[in-house]
Design a protein around this ligand. Structure first.
Ligand SMILES: [Zn+2]
Length: 146
């Protein structure tokens, strides 16, 4: 298998404030468990523009892990296609700091989209892509102003 890594160094994630609020609320209402969501949007070479958030059930019901049902995932890909959008990011929350865990890194490799992590501990969003098997790179989050 040829590993897929994100190569664009100047990639950014563009998101509306109200979408960040929606993710924050999802994370807080899911406590003590981790929450998860999929973000649909448009992707250009360097810009990932969030258009729509699909909140999901964490079927692991855990404070240290999240699992997205394959049925949910299938529905989301169908929805994205109907809306003419791409799956551009996977969101989940951590009760600890917002950095990918070893398990996250494995799944980041399998799902090479942008991974947004919100810390319910420090109230901070961070986003990452996997740069190599063991290294992640932070992607800048910019607010859409309009
Ligand atoms: Zn995680």
């Amino acid at each position: 298998m040829i590993p897929f890594f994100r190569l664009m160094e100047n990639e950014i994630l563009l998101i509306h404030d109200y979408h960040l609020d929606e993710l924050r609320k999802l994370a807080i209402s899911s406590l003590p468990n981790e929450s998860c969501a999929i973000l649909l949007g448009k992707k250009t070479e360097t810009k990932n523009i969030v258009k729509y958030i699909v909140p999901l059930n964490n079927s692991a019901q855990s404070s240290i892990a999240f699992i997205i049902d394959s049925d949910d995932l299938f529905t989301i890909y169908k929805k994205a296609k109907l809306m003419n959008l791409d799956v551009i990011s996977i969101f989940h929350s951590h009760p600890s700091n917002p950095f990918p865990s070893e398990t996250d890194k494995i799944y980041m490799h399998l799902n090479p989209v942008i991974w947004i992590i919100y810390s319910t501990y420090s109230n901070y969003f961070k986003s990452f892509v996997l740069d190599s098997f063991n290294d992640f790179r932070e992607i800048k989050i910019e607010l859409i102003k309009d």
